[in-house]
Design a protein around this ligand. Structure first.
Ligand code: ZN
Ligand code: ZN
Length: 328
């Protein structure tokens, strides 16, 4: 049985331009009930020396990572056994760099693709015309209160266009933590991990790789499709053979530790099921409840849940699942 664990997937320490040690970041994560934290310093893995000791001391699973901070875009690397350099890559051979990451078993994520670039943040804007076809994940939500940020809205739209074009790319949130500000509304990335009672970093990486991922500033939203014999969640592919036209959809909403840290209306949630065909249906949802619908899956290539609610009094997208895919 899989469990949902919450992660912060983008954080900096004193080893690059962050204001805190890895132990301080992990202490923050533990206080807020996170299960794990990726350390992704700019072009250095110096903080990796501490990750095992910090995990042992705090119980927070640390994913050692790296943020490629190039002149034309930033990328997040996870599950790499050693530093991977980007400086030998030219503007037009990013794909070669992604292959080098994949050859080592690593994951490659595009970071904050529509952040302001030069001169505000060199390379903050993704200028590569490559990479999205072979990247494993896309940081569609960056920084605090992410849904209201124009750059994140563009990233979400870009993700949708990539899904429509047939890419299977997982969307995540990353707060890009440099300084810990206690009042900020941060989004978390939830990973559906296998691996028994105490799943470790390897189980988290497997979940991220498979797209068994959902993102939220508040409650956890999950989506599942069922036939008489089988079920499929985020990241799964519903096979074409013997696929019934009608499947049962279940959308569920669960309280999370994050909800103690955000001013959220606990009574007003609505899920929109969206797809390559546009909106499939809308369902009102109660906290710690579920809604079921029979849906016609003909013509679907992907389908996800988008959860709308109120944070700090403002109606907005507060969570979304990754897609269930359909073999065509
Ligand atoms: Zn960055
Ligand atoms: Zn960063």
């Amino acid at each position: 049985m899989n469990r949902w664990l919450s992660f912060e997937l983008h954080a900096h320490t004193l080893h690059s331009d962050g204001a805190h040690t890895l132990a301080e970041l992990a202490g923050f994560a533990r206080q807020r009930g996170y299960d794990g934290l990726a350390v992704t310093d700019h072009n250095t893995i110096a903080a990796w020396a501490e990750w095992e000791a910090v995990t042992a001391a705090t119980g927070v699973r640390i994913l050692p990572g790296l943020e490629w901070t190039t002149f034309h875009g930033h990328a997040l690397l996870l599950n790499i056994p050693q530093y991977v350099d980007w400086r030998a890559l030219g503007t037009f051979d990013l794909e070669r760099g992604i292959r080098a990451v994949h050859d080592q078993g690593g994951l490659f994520g595009i970071a904050h693709p529509f952040r302001l670039g030069n001169p505000i943040c060199t390379g903050g804007y993704w200028e590569y015309r490559a990479g999205h076809g072979s990247a494993d994940y896309l940081e569609v939500w960056s920084q605090s209160l992410p849904a209201a940020r124009t750059g994140n809205q563009r990233a979400f739209q870009w993700w949708t266009r990539l899904l429509d074009a047939g890419c299977r790319i997982t969307a995540v949130a990353g707060s890009d933590l440099h300084r810990l500000a206690p009042a900020e509304a941060l989004a978390r990335t939830y990973l559906a991990v296998d691996g028994g009672d105490d799943p470790g970093p390897a189980a988290a990486i497997r979940a991220l790789r498979s797209g068994a991922v959902t993102v939220s500033m508040g409650p956890l939203v999950t989506v599942e499709l069922r036939s008489a014999a089988q079920s499929w969640g985020a990241g799964s592919v519903v096979p074409a053979a013997d696929r019934p036209s009608i499947l049962e959809l279940e959308v569920a909403l669960r309280s999370t530790a994050q909800m103690a840290w955000v001013e959220i209306d606990r009574t007003d949630f609505r899920a929109v099921i969206s797809s390559n065909r546009g909106e499939v249906c809308q369902v009102p949802l109660g906290l710690d409840g579920a809604a079921r619908r029979s849906i016609d899956v003909n013509g679907l290539r992907w389908m996800r849940a988008e959860l709308f609610g109120r944070i700090q009094g403002v109606a907005q997208l507060i969570a979304f699942s990754n897609p269930i895919y359909f073999q065509i």
